[in-house]
Design a protein around this ligand. Structure first.
Ligand code: ZN
Length: 1002
């Protein structure tokens, strides 16, 4: 099978046993009554108003996901999803014209499980008739700024799979629906296109962008969401909804609203039909002015609405009747119950061309001083925990496949990957990993992830027991980042197994908390491994609080084969005083064979970075600063910094310290410079012998707020790279986008917040470059970042705020816990590489994958079992460097879902941005591949059956291309040259005309 495109993901279902027939779950049902066929008729000569009854059900925000489902804690917010679904189903049955869309499969699944089989039959009928329609269909509506693409694909997959298996073809969403996320990522659009969606709707975009688009009638557009995939593979029709996702003013008939009902008995007082109809006609006509076709959409619903659906439907029935009655009096407005897909179908039928967009919708501002760029960093500890949980889930999925059925029920009991998969799916929600939920809800997300990981641990232990042939109990140490692991701290003999979820072998530094001073480490072949002991840093001792008592850290490098594990044995040789003591004089440099890192001896700060192989050298200084958060007293906008919004009260950040106190440790395994900036900021600069990146491990917190000032803490790298106001950030960890200071590619920006208005989400990397040098920073979680000065990159690490920012969460982002009553301490890593721009991706792509899918360590007490299999690889050979094994998970008893990804953008590497071929028959060492079928990205449709609406971009974006070609050819060649590129073929006639015109003017 050829994974032949750049930056392409192939999703494959592999049959590993059984017979060659395996349904995806999509029953071949009669689809003539649902989907596009079930749309109500419209009137071509009139303005058609599509009323879309909907509810927006956050999978956790002010209440936990369970509290929302049951309608518990209505004192916090009146919201109960179970009642919404009960009520909507009742009301849909009362009138076959009525429509409803449902979005969050995570909620629907809970409700469905509790229904009687007769209710389930009724609901199936509603779905089969297109009266209840699923849109989006993921487990949740994911956040777009802080999610990683692998977790987004997973959460979409489980939601869509449930719909497929429960409702067949009629449960298949045709439209992606992200009405609430706070800005929109290009990679999300690309993923949706590859999942087969016909279109996408959202509600929030920058207010300046919206104003311009309204004037230009460009609120509906074609988003070309990849610069690597050939159009229209990543093209997605995108519609911006008129009122966010709310009804037009005055037409909200939910029990949560206060608008007047339609009072239509002329014998009673307050008869208001004429007034309502006239107001509605005005609203419809004014909306039509800013859209292109004679169809407009109105979202009739909002957060947690339709709990008593009778209110909405009774009034909507009347509205439709009375407004359409006016057609007899010459009105040309036609109102109908509709869905986003029915609306989309009409736009498609209009056969127009649409403006083309190739950048993204970040950052989002709802007004001049209200940039939603704080949440890129909010709750940094939760963001990291979510990312680690994703890594653990991928390992768990893979080991379920590699270990076979005994993984789920084996030596250590019953384990599963399902619990963590669902917890991860919930965590992708736009008020989960985004950090914009209340504190008790954030705690609940973390608890669900922890519980999921416990279930996975049993599975992993079972699988490893089966693969190794050893029944020793396995221990997992989840607090190694703060040097806590009871087993290694107290044991004089233990073994470690390193499972590597990547499709190529990795070398990885391991740091284990210990109390001895000399250890012997041997690998799976019994060969000694170089290891060293360093004292635990003071910062670590403070951060771990009372959880551990290790004095030292044992450091060594491990290697693990592709999709496999390797085992190491550790024995204590000597107790006593630490063998290595630090030098306290300021260092001038540390270096390995690839990199040299220099320090300013006077300040202890970084001063330069060189790549010794390529002979590149840049000036590089790094320091920590904070912005004082606006407390709302600055000006009349009264905007504060909060969970969503970043609003510093000055553009000049405050330096934590101009100097760092340093300790330096240098040995054969690691060189590290420990920098101490203040009681609440420290850092370790580390270089391992085989690494092409220098590690900056930062520790920040508890952020002091005794001065009554909220603070937003950044690290800033100032370099000699000539960036000319550009810098680069990834989109959901995948393709990279160019950013320019005070600039938006599609409109003339009036910059009103010089700092916050230049922040962009960073999911796994950001870089600075000029012609010669590229400095790439790989992050270990999503963070916000900006390039405010030329050659400078700042990344926000931690936020502690004292005020709510008035966007609904109703709490200040002021995290503390039992262990950290004085404020949360957060630790993380940045990996810095310096390369020539033409080859930088060859380093940062694999580096970021190692951080995203990190090795999973497990420990056993005592000696290694000599009869155990100490090393194992699930692959016959490493995958080619361009190919990333994104997913390997058990689909059903007989088949396995495999996703292979070409992980390089078309332009970023000469060596790696090339088509690759992978032989599936010879891929796995233990799986016998009996058959393969290719699926769409979300695995809910066979690839060869995937058919999407085709959309045409507006001409002007093509004309430059076309004119260029025309200029290169003589007039007689014009027709041939214009119609030859594949994506122009369908518009050959129009384009030819343009060519003739432009050719004749030459
Ligand atoms: Zn929401």
């Amino acid at each position: 099978m050829a994974a032949s495109c750049y930056f392409f993901v192939a999703a494959l279902l592999l049959l590993c046993s059984g017979v060659l027939s395996f349904p995806v779950g999509q029953e071949k049902r009669d689809a003539t009554t649902c989907g596009y066929q079930s749309c109500h008729a419209t009137k071509p000569s009139m303005l058609n108003v599509h009323l879309v009854p909907h509810t927006h059900d956050d999978v956790g925000w002010l209440k936990t996901v369970d509290q929302y489902f049951y309608g518990d804690r209505n004192d916090i917010q009146h919201a109960g999803v179970q009642y919404i679904l009960d009520s909507v189903v009742d009301q849909l049955l009362k009138n076959p014209d009525r429509r409803f869309i449902y979005v969050e499969t995570g909620f629907f699944y809970r409700w469905w499980k509790q229904q009687s089989s007769s209710t389930q039959q009724t609901v199936k009928q509603l779905v089969n008739q297109g009266r209840l329609e699923f849109v989006n269909g993921g487990w949740c509506m994911s956040d777009e700024a802080t999610t990683h693409y692998s977790a987004v694909i997973d959460q979409m997959t489980i939601g869509l799979r449930f719909l497929n298996e429960t409702f067949g073809i009629c449960g298949w969403p045709r439209v992606a629906w992200h009405i609430d996320p706070f800005g929109h990522a290009r990679e999300h659009a690309s993923l949706f296109a590859q999942m087969g969606y016909d279109g996408f709707f959202f509600g929030r975009l920058d207010y300046q962008d919206r104003t311009r688009r309204m004037k230009a009638k460009e609120q509906e557009l074609l988003w070309r969401a990849s610069d690597s995939l050939t159009p229209p593979m990543a093209d997605l029709f995108t519609g911006i909804l008129p009122n966010g996702y709310n009804p037009p003013e005055g037409f909200c008939w939910d029990q949560l609203c206060a608008d007047a009902p339609i009072r239509d008995d002329p014998d009673l007082e307050d008869y208001n039909v004429d007034d309502v109809v006239q107001r509605f006609l005005r609203a419809a006509k004014s909306q039509a002015l800013v859209y292109k076709t004679n169809h407009i959409i109105m979202t009739m619903g909002s957060d947690f609405q339709y709990e008593n659906a009778n209110l909405w439907y009774k009034n909507l029935d009347k509205l439709i009747r009375y407004v359409n009655d006016q057609q007899g009096n010459g009105s040309n407005v036609n109102v109908l119950y509709s869905t986003p897909s029915c609306y989309l179908q009409e736009l498609h039928k209009a056969n127009l061309t649409w403006p083309l967009k190739t950048d993204d919708f970040f950052p989002y501002a709802d007004n001049a001083h209200n940039f939603w760029t704080g949440y890129f960093t909010s709750r940094p500890a939760l963001k990291r925990y979510e990312r680690i949980s994703n890594s653990n889930l991928q390992s768990c999925n893979q080991l379920e496949v590699l270990g076979g059925p005994v993984s789920r029920k084996g030596l250590f009991g019953q384990g599963d990957s399902e619990t963590l998969r669902k917890a991860m799916a919930v965590a992708q929600h736009h008020d989960a990993v985004s950090g914009t939920e209340k504190q008790h809800v954030a705690n609940d997300y973390a608890k669900m992830l922890a519980k999921g990981w416990q279930h996975c641990q049993v599975l992993v232990s079972n699988s490893l027991a089966s693969l190794t042939g050893s029944s020793a109990e396995r221990i997992y140490c989840d607090n190694l980042n703060v040097s806590v692991c009871p087993l290694t701290e107290s044991s004089s003999k233990f073994s470690l197994s390193v499972y590597n979820p990547l499709g190529r072998s990795v070398t990885w530094p391991v740091r284990l908390p210990v109390n001895g001073t000399v250890y012997a480490v041997t690998d799976a072949q019994g060969k000694p491994v170089d290891c060293q002991v360093l004292p635990v840093s003071r910062a670590t001792q403070e951060v771990r609080r009372s959880r551990g008592f290790a004095r030292n850290e044992l450091v060594f490098q491990v290697q693990a084969p592709p999709l496999g594990y390797s085992s190491y044995s550790v024995s204590l040789l000597q107790d006593g005083r630490p063998s290595s003591s630090p030098q306290h004089q300021a260092p001038t440099s540390i270096q390995n064979k690839f990199l040299q890192v220099t320090f300013d001896p006077d300040t202890g700060l970084l001063s330069g970075l060189s790549n010794l192989e390529t002979k590149q050298a840049i000036k590089l200084s790094q320091n920590f600063y904070w912005y004082n958060a606006s407390d709302g007293n600055n000006d009349e906008s009264r905007q504060t910094s909060g969970a969503y919004i970043f609003r510093p009260n000055s553009s000049t950040p405050v330096m934590v310290s101009s100097k760092a106190r340093v300790e330096i440790f240098q040995n054969s395994v690691v060189q590290e410079v420990r920098q101490w900036f203040s009681p609440w900021v420290s850092q370790v600069v580390r270089l391992y012998p085989d690494s092409k990146a220098v590690e900056l491990e930062w520790t920040v917190g508890p952020v002091p707020v005794s001065d009554d000032q909220g603070k937003e803490v950044i690290t800033r790298l100032d370099t000699s790279i000539k960036t000319a106001e550009f810098f680069y950030t990834d989109s959901n960890g995948r393709e990279v986008l160019q950013r320019k200071k005070d600039f938006r590619p599609t409109w003339q920006l009036k910059q009103t917040e010089p700092i916050a208005g230049n922040y962009y989400p960073i999911n796994s990397r950001a870089f600075l470059k000029d012609d010669k040098d590229q400095l790439t920073v790989v992050t270990d979680r999503s963070q916000g970042g900006a390039s405010i000065y030329n050659g400078s990159l700042e990344i926000m690490l931690h936020r502690r705020l004292l005020h709510d920012d008035y966007r609904g969460v109703g709490e200040a982002l002021d995290e503390s816990s039992e262990l950290f009553p004085d404020g949360l301490v957060v630790r993380g890593r940045h990996l810095l590489s310096l390369e020539p721009p033409a080859t930088a991706a060859d380093t940062h792509r694999p580096l970021a994958q190692e951080v995203v899918s990190q090795p999973l360590l497990s420990f056993t007490e005592g000696d290694l079992n000599p009869n155990a299999r100490l090393e194992f690889s699930g692959l016959q050979a490493s995958l080619p460097p361009a190919v990333h094994l994104l997913t390997l998970s058990q689909w059903d008893e007989e088949s396995v879902l495999l996703r292979l990804e070409h992980q390089f953008q078309s332009w970023e590497s000469k060596a790696s941005s090339q088509p690759v071929t992978v032989n599936l028959q010879k891929l796995f060492s233990t799986l016998n591949v009996l058959g393969v079928s290719e699926l769409n990205l979300s695995a809910n449709q066979w690839k060869d059956e995937m058919k999407r609406f085709d959309w045409s971009p507006e001409k002007e974006t093509l004309t430059s291309e076309v004119n260029l070609m025309c200029r290169l050819s003589s007039q007689s060649d014009v027709f041939a040259s214009c119609s030859s590129p594949a994506h122009l073929v369908q518009r050959a006639e129009v384009d030819s005309l343009t060519c003739l015109q432009s050719a004749s003017t030459q």
